[in-house]
Design a protein. Sequence first.
Length: 437
Amino acid sequence: MRPSIGVRRETKSPWERRCPVTPALVRHLVASVDVDVFVQPSARRVFSDSEYTRAGATLTTSLDEANIVVGVKEIPVDLLKPDTTYLFFSHVIKGQPANMAMLGRLMDLGCTLIDYEKIVDEEGRRLVFFGRFAGLAGMIDSLWALGQRLADEGFRTPLSGLEQAHQYENLEAAKAAIRAAGERIASEGLPETLPPLVIGIAGYGNVARGAREILAELPTREIEPVDLPSLETEPSGSCFYQTTFKEEHIVVPREPTGCFELQDYYKNPERYRSDFARHLPWLTVLMNCNYWDENYPRLVTIEDLENLRRGPHKSRLRVIGDLGCDVGGAIQCTVKCTEPGDPVYVYDIDTGEIASGVSGNGPVILAVDILPSELPFEASEEFAKALAPILPVLARADFSLPFDELEIPAEIGRAVIVHKGELTPNFAYLKKYLRPD
């Protein structure tokens, strides 16, 4: 019996059009490495059913014959099957409450769960990810939100003609529109009282790389965080200012005589506190591109926003693009995640309430948690290329063996969260989220 892979249709969101296995990858798997591919039909997926059948896949609702079932997002509890090996983004490693029922059900059914997020090399670098596309779509959407907010305030700028990422035919069309807006800003300038327009990027990984790729289409000047206050003297109205915040710009040791050390911060985050609020008065847009969990200080607290409102400088902060999308996390005023159809809300600093859209007394929060789905074709193509060498190994693996006897590469072994219904040693800590004492 030939090894086989099942590709499920995405069911979590009507906006989800991505697929981890493209027709091109199907063709390679079937013709070159002797792996059968079963694909559930989907009218929503960015690639048509006929493209998959022409590539050699078998179109079928049932994936029971597949050695491993792959998808993108979380699988609803009622769709999980017993004794099945799954590969998808499970979003459980932080003990996320919304997904604990799914994790518990996987265990009850004796399933094996492998998570893309934990497929990493020996240095901990992720090997299969959509991060760049979260940055690309997140920056496009944040520029759209900025244009809408400025228009709501009465400022007419070329940004008001921008659209969200999913409204463009493809990534190149989005870049062309942003480039055209940038050319108008460079030649015509911005309204006199508006500059400087400052975009701060917290982070420098794959998500940040995507955000910077979009900003490269605009006239920008790169500055260091320490130089932000100096922009008030003679700001240019024909460009954006861009700055990148690394860890040393975000936190300081709690001990007054302590010195910042990056590795110490990673190992002992409790020894540090956030110092990021000092940068907020100078920012127009903040892009949060960092990973966060509860062990680390928040980037922006509600108290920070309240102090900003009461401070000596009029707040310039119009938009927070929270690409981490941790509710109540790094950006404390991210109180819910959104979808492309209703992507932004304003957090009212005085009342703590939120309202969809861009009008209100506080920053616009962009918190779309499926941003790469706004660029489904390019995101799927790049993801499938990264997944191509991994899938044949998974399709041939015998997951009925005990965990410590599995014949899989170390990078895949590190990503096995549940094996045959049991949490693996590296993820045993999740038990406390499943059944709290």
